[in-house]
Design a protein around this ligand. Structure first.
Ligand SMILES: NC(=O)c1ccc[n+]([C@@H]2O[C@H](COP(=O)([O-])OP(=O)(O)OC[C@H]3O[C@@H](n4cnc5c(N)ncnc54)[C@H](OP(=O)(O)O)[C@@H]3O)[C@@H](O)[C@H]2O)c1
Length: 351
């Protein structure tokens, strides 16, 4: 005998069931982002310190490290659980650890901050001075970490429509952003007599984007694209270095766990794209027209011309040493990255 349920109750039950299936599938698709390569060795219980680990990239890295059996301690401006502060590092040095990763820094593209000398100093010091603190603490540690990974940016390379830049290409001396990258990398250097700690620099997609649904540029741009107003920046022909956050965190893991990896690695995907390609893919995945370009003068006005160059100009950067070091990208192509980030759409739309 059928239970006596009203149409409303049946609809609510069906809606709930549908929502549960949706949430389950959605969570499963996101868990895939945390998957790592099971062939890699695990260093169970080792501690990794992450400077700036409470941010967008740091949070994803912390989850991946914990998933692989590491203990993670964040180095932060504020005290808290599983955290130490920069002042504590300065006063008492590093706690014993297997590795240190430095990815702290005030958000350069914070549109709520004007590009003043004061903000430029904050952007600079939050990367360079903090990195000096970490490098000094590592060099003074009685039991130094095995590996030290410090971030830098591909703004090191001069914007160009012509050149492809790899890790050995020149740069680092032509404007504020490139000088910042040089100073950041210099600050990370350990004294020449250091032989105990392996040093790796990851030049990440600082003039383009680290792609992930939970933060960074995609979160900032999502609503403008969702409303169909996400267009190209300037003429859209500038190169737009990018990397999926899953690949960036896996690259840090690769640097931590492979003893042969040293020196500079470009933390960008192998497919070089323009801002036009990026915009087209973003609009395609959201099924939006993307009619409205963002003219260069408006970006200059909003961000200040010097900073706006990070979006209006770009460089083609290739991860040559990264690939030679044996790293394989899960998302080498921009289409794959967008399909992954917005994979839930595939359950409802086929396109
Ligand atoms: N997201 C991107 O697309 C992208 C692209 C290329 C490069 N990067 C670089 O990668 C690093 C991490 O990026 P993210 O997106 O994870 O950044 P984020 O979300 O802004 O987090 C950065 C972290 O740095 C710390 N921080 C912020 N201001 C600071 C200051 N004035 N002094 C010291 N520490 C400060 C904060 O940690 P506490 O609050 O705990 O102190 C914050 O959680 C940054 O250096 C960024 O420039 C990011």
């Amino acid at each position: 005998m059928l239970p006596n349920v009203s149409f409303l109750e049946a609809s609510v039950a069906a809606g709930l069931g549908f929502a549960l299936v949706f949430v389950h599938l959605w969570r499963r698709s996101r868990q895939k982002l945390q998957e790592d390569d099971p062939s890699q060795p695990r260093t169970m219980g080792s501690r990794v310190l992450i400077g700036g680990g409470s941010g967008f990239i740091g949070t994803a890295l912390r989850k991946l490290l914990e998933h692989r059996g590491y203990q993670v301690t964040l180095i932060s401006r504020t005290p808290g659980k599983n955290k130490i502060t920069w002042d504590e590092v300065k006063k008492t040095g590093l706690p014993e650890c297997y590795a240190v990763v430095g990815m702290q820094g005030s958000n350069i593209l914070n549109i709520f901050r004007r590009w003043t000398d004061g903000f430029k100093k904050e952007v600079w010091d939050s990367r360079v001075e903090t990195t000096k603190t970490l490098a000094q603490a590592i060099s003074e540690a009685s039991n130094p970490p095995k590996v030290w990974v410090s971030f830098s940016g591909v703004g090191y390379y001069k914007p160009s429509y012509v050149y492809d830049y790899d890790e050995d290409s020149p740069g680092g001396d032509f404007d504020y952003i490139s000088q910042l990258a040089t100073a950041w990398e210099e600050a990370a250097k350990l004294p020449a007599e250091n032989t105990n700690t392996r040093e790796v620099i990851i030049r990440s997609a600082s003039t383009g984007v680290v792609l992930g649904r939970d933060g960074g540029a995609i979160k900032q741009m999502y609503f403008s694209f969702w409303f169909g107003s996400g267009g190209v920046i300037g003429d859209g022909m500038q190169f737009f270095p990018w990397i999926h956050i899953n690949d960036l965190t896996r690259l840090v893991m690769h640097a931590l766990e492979n003893e042969k990896v040293t020196g500079v690695l470009n933390g960008v995907a192998p497919e070089t794209i323009t801002n036009w390609d990026f915009t087209k893919e973003f609009n395609t995945v959201l099924l939006r027209p993307g009619f409205f370009p963002l003219p260069r003068p408006i970006v200059n006005f909003a961000l200040g011309e010097e900073r706006a160059k990070m979006l209006t100009e770009g460089q083609a950067v290739v991860p040559k040493r990264t690939l030679e070091s044996g790293f394989t990208f899960n998302f080498p192509k921009i289409k794959m990255a967008f399909d992954n980030m917005f994979s839930y759409r595939k359950w409802f739309f086929s396109y």
